[in-house]
Design a protein around this ligand. Structure first.
Ligand code: UN1
Length: 511
């Protein structure tokens, strides 16, 4: 293990406070007695206070008022707010990234990447603010016009997870704001400072541009606040990112009140490695996707399905890379793997490894814990590779930790069937230089996931495409492409400029 020193608790807390203050967070105003330990050292950063479920009512009420004013502001003018927010994020990129590293344990490069993703979605949304296009269709009647118009939807509730504590909110908020909606955000309870910093930057942009008050609000609180948001009839769209279990609770409650829901849930993402794969590129692609963010992305690669002709060689290469992985303090230059979010996450990882062994798998590398002596409350796990010969129960479930199951295949049909034989459907990839295989994997009878990549790992999607997946992943699409349509309502307009009343479908109703 390379030498690495866990910084003193006070040092990390001071770093967090400085970064938050630079973003405009009023630390005294949010201070309280809810402990927020950093996964970096397991010690408190800045205990905060939580809102209660009742404040959700007030927030939604205020958001509704803001929406009524905002919806008539021209979309490109709304875009100016998002443009300014993107500029402020650019100025404070490293402050927000520092908070992400401290609260989530992300390495600096990935934390900066998360903020870059926010800046990118702001750029995208600003462009979009002039492109909220509706279609014109040909009418079946003489001198009639048929068209559709997209209008602002209402209050958007955003529930985000710890692993992308800022970017997922930004995907939703940047798009919602240009679409003319207001936003109420319930971030993960373990990332309050990152949330506070993001909200403070957006607040500043809102003040500078003199937008309606309460256009965007953040509720630092617990599960009860989230549940109140989910059940609130004033929330027109509820966009939730998290576990499948959470989605199963949220989906029906929103559906029951005929609200709109956008779910971004678990993944169990696989890569197929074909006989023609470039194994250097494949190894790098796999290792980034499998151990980046310490295996805690919803797009993390959890399975490798490798052709029997390459599986042994591939396992050797990735195992070799795993043995050399720099695991340690995420803020230290050179670290590639930071800590897991909590002791529970590490115990879940151990349980899964044990189950895998019981189900016939062999743990080839990893699974141990590092730096325990320096920081007993921090959980630095060694990413693990497990060789299995089939997809047992533990392989089919999502364990939010760096465990990579590797299994062999003979025919592409079999590999595609294995890719699809899990309850989740977020991301997938194939490493191949055979164009027919690549096309087949992207085709109707190929991968059943929302994201299907060729010669790239399963994680690290760009914001320009729609992000999300099928089955237990929840079916939602956010971020780029036409995901903005989730945040607007569509009106179909028929215009008669004929001077006569003619009825559709040739109906005769002469009076
Ligand atoms: C998530 O893990 O919830 O594609 C989002 C990726 C990132 C987003 C992940 N752009 O890995």
């Amino acid at each position: 293990a390379r030498p690495t020193t866990i910084p003193r608790a006070e040092e990390l807390a001071a770093l967090a406070r400085t970064a938050a203050q630079r973003c405009g967070v009023d630390l005294a105003a949010i201070a309280g007695d809810v402990r927020t330990p950093s996964p970096v050292n397991g010690e408190d950063l800045h205990p905060v206070t939580w809102v209660d479920a009742k404040s959700v009512d007030l927030a939604v009420e205020r958001a509704q008022e803001a929406f009524l004013a905002w919806r008539t502001v021209p979309a490109p003018v709304r875009g100016a707010l998002v443009k300014r927010f993107g500029e402020l994020l650019t100025t404070h990129k490293s402050d927000v990234a520092t908070l992400i590293s401290l609260e989530v344990g992300k390495i600096t490069s990935e934390a900066l990447g998360e903020v870059q993703e926010m800046i990118d979605i702001c750029d995208f949304a600003v462009g979009l603010s002039r492109q909220l296009y509706g279609r014109t269709m040909t009418s079946e009647r003489y001198n009639h016009r048929l068209m559709e118009t997209w209008h602002p939807l209402g209050v958007v509730g955003v529930i985000s997870a710890f692993n992308f504590p800022a970017a997922v909110w930004a995907w939703n908020t940047a798009i919602a704001l240009v679409c003319g909606d207001s936003v109420v955000w319930k971030p993960s309870e373990i990332t309050p400072l990152t949330a506070g910093a993001c909200a403070a930057l957006l607040d500043r942009a809102m003040t500078e541009l003199d937008t309606p008050a309460y256009l965007s609000q953040v509720l630092i609180g617990g599960a009860d606040a989230g549940q109140a948001l989910v059940g609130h009839p004033g929330v027109a769209l509820l966009s939730a990112t998290g576990s499948t279990r959470m989605g199963r609770a949220v989906g029906p409650r929103v559906a029951d009140r005929f609200g709109r829901v956008l779910l971004e849930l678990g993944g169990n993402n696989a890569a197929i490695v074909a006989p023609t794969a470039d194994l250097d590129l494949t190894t790098r692609g796999i290792v980034f996707s499998a151990v980046g963010t310490a295996g805690q992305r919803c797009t993390t690669m959890r399975r490798v399905i490798a052709h029997t002709s390459v599986v042994d060689q591939l396992v050797e290469r990735i195992s070799e890379a795993y043995r050399r992985l720099p695991i340690g303090v995420p803020l230290e230059a050179g670290t590639l793997v930071g800590p897991l979010i909590s002791g529970t996450a590490y115990r879940n990882m151990r349980d899964a490894l044990e189950a895998a062994a019981q189900q016939g798998g062999t743990v080839l590398v990893g699974g141990g814990r590092r730096l325990e002596d320096q920081a007993p409350n921090a959980y630095y796990a060694e990413p693990a590779i497990v060789r299995v010969d089939r997809q047992t129960a533990v392989v089919r479930q999502e364990t939010f930790a760096p465990i990579l199951y590797v299994m062999p295949y003979e025919s592409l049909d079999e590999a595609i069937a294995m890719n699809n034989a899990v309850p989740q459907g977020l991301s997938s990839s194939i490493f191949t230089n055979d164009q027919r295989e690549a096309e087949r994997f992207m085709s109707a009878d190929g991968s059943d996931c929302g994201i299907v990549n060729i010669n790239i790992g399963t994680s690290g999607a760009e914001i320009g495409g729609a992000f999300g997946g099928e089955k237990e992943t929840g079916g939602g699409r956010e971020s780029g492409s036409d995901a903005w349509k989730n945040y607007m309502r569509r009106a179909t307009n028929t215009v008669n400029y004929s001077g006569e009343l003619s009825l559709a479908q040739g109906v005769d109703f002469t009076i």
